[in-house]
Design a protein around this ligand. Structure first.
Ligand SMILES: *Cc1c(COP(=O)(O)O)cnc(C)c1O
Length: 388
C-alpha cells in the first residue's frame, strides 16, 4: 500500500468505529485479577503497545507511535513531550560518562546547546565534524560511541551522504542518530539510509498546525533496548490530547508537504532573480550543496529556505512589510513565517554563508500567487522608503 493511503488508515484498530482513535486518558489501568495484572506486567516489557500505566502511554499514543514507526521503517518508536526531549533522550540512551560523541557542525542550535551545556557536565566529550564527511575515521577517539547528524542541515540545508557516513561509522560499531525533522518521516528516510535512530520533532510537520509540541525517536531492533529503558526510567511520555492532535495532523502530511515543497521551490527560484538577493539556500536548486545526494536520497523538499540579502537591504523592514508572513520561531505549521538568522554563529567550520543579512523563510500552503504578490509589494515598499 502507498504510504499516502496508509496515512488515512493509521489508528483505527483502537477505535470504536471512529476514523480517529479516541483520546484515552488514564493513569491507573484496572485489572480484575492479580493474574491478569501479572500477565500485563510481563507482556509490557517487550511490547510497547501494551496498555499498563499512563506513564507508558495510553492507546492514543500507542497508535501514533505505531504510525511513525511504520513511516520510518523502524522496529520501535518512543514518544516525548518535545523534539528536543527526543534528541536529548536518544543521545543519552547511548552515551555515558567518559564517552565521546561526534556531532555534525551544521546541527540544530538547541541540540548543540544540549551537548555543550548538559552532556559536557555529565563528562561526555563532544567534537564536531563537517557536513560533507563520508569517512568518520579521522575524527574518532578510542572512546567514541555515537554520531549525531542532521540532514538536510539546520538553516543551510546541506545534504549529507548518509549511506557512506553510516558505513564508515558501523565499521567502528558507532550508533548513528539522525535528526529527521526536515524530512518529518516523509521526505527522507534515515533508517533506510543506514542510521540506527531517527528523531523527529513532531512539533513541526507531523502535527502540522502550529498547535502541538511532541517528539519521536524511531529505532532499529539492534539499538532498541537502551532507548526503551532510558524512556521508561526517565518517565518520557506524550499526553493523549497531544497524541490525538498529532495523528490527526498527519492525515494530510502528504498533501501539505507537496504544497510546501512546490511553494518553497517556486519562491526560491523567484527570489534568485531579485536584485536585492545575494544567494538562496534550498535543496531544490541545482547549485545547492548536496543537490545530487538529495535527488538520490530524498523524495521532496519542505517549506524552508534561507536567503541572504545584500548589505544595503534593511531586512527587518522587509520582513515587517510582508503581510502573509508573521515573525516567529519554529516552522512546519500551515502558515508562512520569517525569522532573521545567523547560521554561522556557534559553528566551527566556516562556510561562505558567513554573512549577516540572512532570513529563514517557512513558506506556508497559501496560494503561490498571493505569496509572490506579498514579496513583490514588500520589496517595492522598501524601495519607496529608500527614495524618501
Ligand atoms: C524544532 C526542531 C527541534 C526541536 O523540536 P521542539 O519540539 O521545538 O523541541 C529539533 N530539531 C530540529 C531540526 C528542529 O527544527
Amino acid at each position: 500500500m502507498h504510504p499516502s493511503t496508509k496515512l488515512l488508515h493509521y489508528g483505527r484498530s483502537a477505535s470504536l468505529g471512529t476514523a480517529n482513535p479516541p483520546i484515552v486518558k488514564a493513569s491507573t489501568i484496572l485489572h480484575d485479577t492479580v493474574a491478569a495484572y501479572k500477565d500485563n506486567k510481563s507482556r509490557r516489557e517487550n511490547d510497547d503497545s501494551v496498555l499498563s500505566y499512563g506513564r507508558r502511554g495510553t492507546t492514543t499514543a500507542h497508535e501514533l507511535a505505531a504510525a511513525i514507526k511504520d513511516l520510518e521503517s523502524g522496529d520501535g518508536c518512543f514518544l516525548f513531550p518535545t523534539g528536543i526531549a527526543a534528541i536529548a533522550g536518544a543521545i543519552s540512551a547511548y552515551v555515558s560518562a567518559g564517552d565521546h560523541l561526534l556531532v555534525v557542525d551544521t546541527i540544530f542550535p538547541a541540540t548543540r546547546t544540549y551537548c555543550e551545556k548538559q552532556l559536557v557536565r555529565n563528562n561526555i566529550e563532544i567534537d564536531y565534524f563537517p557536513w560533507d564527511t563520508t569517512d568518520i575515521s579521522s575524527y574518532l577517539k578510542p572512546n567514541t560511541k555515537a554520531i549525531m547528524i542532521e540532514s538536510p542541515a539546520s538553516q543551510t540545508y546541506e545534504v549529507m551522504d548518509l549511506p557512506a557516513l553510516c558505513k564508515s561509522a558501523h565499521k567502528h560499531d558507532l550508533i548513528v542518530i539522525a535528526d529527521n525533522t526536515y524530512g518529518s518521516s516523509w521526505l527522507y528516510r534515515p533508517l533506510e539510509l543506514g542510521c540506527d535512530v531517527s528523531v523527529i520533532a513532531g512539533t513541526k510537520y507531523l502535527g502540522g498546525h502550529a498547535d502541538v509540541m511532541m517528539g519521536a525517536a524511531v529505532v532499529k531492533e539492534h539499538a532498541l533496548l537502551p532507548l526503551r529503558s532510558f524512556v521508561h526510567m526517565t518517565g518520557q511520555t506524550l499526553a493523549p490530547d497531544e497524541a490525538y492532535a498529532c495523528l490527526r495532523g498527519m492525515r494530510t502530511l502528504d498533501l501539505r508537504l507537496q504544497r510546501h515543497g512546490e511553494n518553497s521551490s517556486a519562491i526560491a527560484k523567484w527570489l534568485l532573480n531579485r536584485e536585492e538577493v545575494k544567494f538562496v539556500l534550498h535543496p531544490n536548486l541545482p547549485n545547492h550543496k548536496g543537490y545530487e545526494i538529495w535527488k538520490r536520497d530524498a523524495t521532496g523538499c519542505n517549506g524552508l529556505l534561507s536567503v541572504a540579502f545584500h548589505q544595503d537591504i534593511d531586512v527587518e523592514k522587509l520582513l515587517d512589510n510582508l503581510r502573509l508572513f508573521s515573525i516567529g520561531t519554529s516552522w512546519g505549521g500551515f502558515e508562512s513565517l520569517a525569522l532573521p538568522i545567523d547560521p554561522q554563529s556557534g559553528r566551527i567550520f566556516k562556510s561562505e554563508f558567513t554573512t549577516t543579512n540572512m532570513v529563514r523563510f517557512h513558506i506556508g500552503i497559501e496560494h503561490i500567487d498571493d505569496i509572490v504578490a506579498d514579496f513583490s509589494s514588500a520589496f517595492s515598499l522598501l524601495s519607496d522608503n529608500y527614495l524618501k
